[in-house]
Design a protein around this ligand. Structure first.
Ligand SMILES: [Ca+2]
Ligand SMILES: [Ca+2]
Length: 427
């Protein structure tokens, strides 16, 4: 184990001594030399799991429970040795980092290591003395916080005694440089709009307030924001509480009525708020292609406020044909990155247009999303709507279930989605 030296105090004293006897130019040289020599340890990101997705080498591992399960950020997968203690696993962080915190989630609350050591080293031969040692543990999860940070590339978890079951097993191992004075970094896949405050230009009724757009419910009609009756513009914005990364905005529209709308951002708002406060980062002059409207911005923006500004919309719903002069969304989500979309969410983007008696073919709208393939998969009544979407009008109205297959191109995972549609009869 290598203790981190108190470098900053050292360089400050050195600078003071130099300052008293030489011109300013020399001082600069001395300070930059010190900075260079300490650069490797100053780059450790704080409050970040340094072990995430890093390579793990273990003394033993069961084939279906490899040691890589320790660093996959998934507590449902675990490393198991199927061998008794003493066993170990070490993580290669890729480069040398400072660290002062370790956490381990063991197999369960009844199967855990009662004694273990954690070593930190820059090589895998000489581990030195443990950075942390524990005996008498009685918990399914363990945390170790050091008084002073240590530095190294390799971090070894050594289990010397198990409780509950003899073979060594754990589901998660995290390594961090914790600094409570610094904010926890934003998770790019977290919806940072969830539960934040939202403000709208108007609300149709007290049951469809702006806050319904950030309550986490994307599908319930009674958990939506609806504008007042009347032409636009209408808008709704979310206050994230502080300036955050913004790259993806997902709007879950009640219907596809908006025909001209923008995503706008602001770092701060005037009092009273003005249209001048807002910068437009995405704009659309057609209806969204699906009610789930995933808008990926051209870069990561910094913003505290994110606004959906709807300049214009049609009062008639292009899918159902119903006319109602408001615009409405179920939910607005904001992400710092570009998280994957759940297959079920893509299924929700498919729409089937209700045919009239004159239509001889069924119109389906399939979302086009990079990395996913959505295909029409037939119906449960091929004599009414066949494989080519041809309609054979029945004698009386018939409800047909139209099936779609949604595939994640990379993982080849798939899901089916069925949408019921009524085919008008001849009579
Ligand atoms: Ca795991
Ligand atoms: Ca909602």
């Amino acid at each position: 184990m290598k203790r981190k030296k108190n470098i900053f105090l050292g360089s400050f004293l050195a600078a003071l001594m130099v300052l008293s006897c030489v011109p300013d130019s020399s001082l600069t040289a001395v300070v930059s030399a010190e900075e260079t020599s300490t650069s490797s340890s100053s780059e450790t990101p704080v409050n970040t799991n340094l072990a995430a997705d890093k390579t793990v080498t273990a003394s033993a591992e069961y084939s279906s429970m490899p040691a890589s399960n320790l660093t996959d950020d998934d507590t449902s997968s675990r490393w198991s040795t199927e061998q008794d203690a003493v066993q170990w696993a070490y993580v290669d962080l890729g480069e040398s980092y400072d660290m002062n915190y370790f956490s381990i989630i063991w197999e369960s609350d009844s199967v855990y290591a009662s004694a273990y050591n954690i070593y930190v080293s820059d090589d895998t031969e000489d581990w030195g003395e443990p950075a942390a040692s524990r005996t008498g543990n009685t918990s399914g999860s363990s945390e170790e916080t050091l008084d002073a940070a240590v530095t190294g590339r390799y971090v070894k978890l050594e289990v010397t005694e198990m409780y509950g079951y003899p073979s060594v097993s754990a589901s998660d191992f995290k390594v961090m440089l914790k600094d409570d004075s610094q904010p926890v970094p934003q998770d790019p896949e977290e919806n940072v709009a969830l539960g934040k405050s939202a403000v709208a230009s108007s609300e149709e009724a007290s049951s469809v307030t702006a806050s319904n757009a950030v309550d986490g419910d994307r599908t319930s009609r009674d958990s939506r924001w609806g504008s007042a009756m009347g032409d636009g513009p209408h808008w709704i914005y979310v206050d994230l509480g502080s300036v955050m990364d913004v790259q993806t905005v997902r709007i879950y529209w009640e219907n596809r009525k908006a025909t001209d709308y923008e995503i706008q951002i602001a770092e701060e708002l005037s009092d009273p708020m003005s249209d001048e406060d807002w910068e437009t980062v995405a704009s659309f002059t057609e209806s969204p292609s699906s009610t789930t409207d995933s808008i990926e911005l051209d870069q990561v923006y910094q913003a505290r406020y994110v606004r959906l500004y709807i300049s214009d919309f049609t009062s008639t719903d292009p899918d159902s044909g119903e006319t109602y002069n408001t615009v409405s969304i179920y939910e607005m989500e904001i992400y710092g990155g570009t998280p994957a979309i759940a297959l079920s969410d893509i299924g929700d983007m498919i729409t089937v247009e209700t045919p009239s008696i004159d239509d001889d073919s069924l119109t389906v709208n399939l979302p086009e999303i990079e990395g996913y393939t959505v295909t029409y998969n037939g119906t449960d009544l091929e004599q009414v709507v066949d494989d080519d979407l041809t309609i054979y009008h029945p004698v009386v109205d018939k409800e047909v279930n139209v099936s779609f297959k949604i595939v994640d191109d990379e993982t080849e995972e798939y899901e089916f989605k069925e949408i019921a549609v009524t085919i008008p009869g001849e009579n």
